[in-house]
Ligand binder design. Structure first.
Ligand SMILES: Nc1ncnc2c1ncn2[C@@H]1O[C@H](COP(=O)(O)OP(=O)(O)O)[C@@H](O)[C@H]1O
Ligand SMILES: [Mg+2]
Length: 233
């Protein structure tokens, strides 16, 4: 038993009379505090799985046990609470609110939980204290992604879910972002799950889950995760 146990999880989408199986009998476990990478080509069901883990979508079959609770059985209200209190989410394209400043974007998330980190501290942790009064349009892609990460970590989530967090970033900024995500696991004990199609970054993970054709192709534990500075892509 893990901290997260996904058991025979199935997700189907129906569009235009056709059924697409996005997750097909997905089973795996994750331990608390691990940094996990979910790898796979485009269209293999990675985002679908991440959304289900984050309580943003529901599966059609199976169980999704998180810290002893089956979130697959949650109703809408329970899912809202779960998303609010337990989950931080970092999207590939940041999803910042355009007419709020960097600081206000972070505050928006931290205001909704009882034990948040200070929003300014969260921005400082991603090196953006001096940009707190800038709007998203005044920030580079890398800076916007760091604001999005500050927004997620300010909530002090038990689970931090990241969908292609470095996908839109240059090499150097990508590494900065990976350092921040690694700190969340190593220093703050959060369970961090990163979806990526970049297999070159997987050696830094404690566990690597490979998806293929909507299924789990392989799960590998890595007892000696490599240093981010050694990664090349
Ligand atoms: N909202 C949706 N409606 C219909 N089909 C979807 C939806 N979301 C994803 N899919 C389909 O499910 C499959 C898996 O998608 P996704 O989870 O986004 O894969 P990945 O993140 O690995 O690229 C794809 O075939 C995709 O077209
Ligand atoms: Mg995706």
């Amino acid at each position: 038993m893990g901290y997260i146990d996904v058991i025979h999880e199935v997700k189907r989408y129906n569009t235009g009379g056709k059924t697409c199986i996005a997750n097909n009998d997905v089973t795996f476990s994750i331990m608390q505090g691990e940094l996990v990478m979910i790898l796979g080509a485009s269209g293999t069901g990675k985002s679908t799985l991440l959304n289900i883990l984050g309580g943003m979508d529901s599966c059609d079959e199976g169980d999704v046990i998180v810290d002893g609770e089956d979130i697959a059985k949650y109703d809408a209200k329970e899912l809202t609470e779960y998303r609010r209190l337990d989950v931080g989410f970092v999207f590939q394209f940041y999803n910042l609110v355009p007419n709020l400043t960097a600081l206000e974007n972070v505050e928006m998330a931290s205001e909704i939980v009882p034990y948040s980190n200070n929003s300014m501290d969260a921005l400082a942790s991603v090196g953006l204290m001096n940009r707190c009064n800038n709007f998203p349009s005044q920030l580079s892609g890398g800076e916007q992604q760091r604001v999005a990460i500050a927004r997620a970590v300010a909530k002090r989530p038990k689970i931090l879910l990241c969908d292609e967090p470095t996908g839109a970033l240059d090499y150097k900024t990508g590494k900065q972002v990976l350092h921040i995500l690694q700190d969340m696991s190593r220093k703050h004990g959060a369970t961090v799950i990163i979806v990526t199609h970049n297999s070159a970054i997987s050696p830094m993970a404690d566990r690597v889950i490979r998806m293929h054709d909507a299924s789990i192709a392989e799960v590998k534990c890595n007892p000696n995760p490599c240093d981010i500075d050694q990664l090349e892509w």
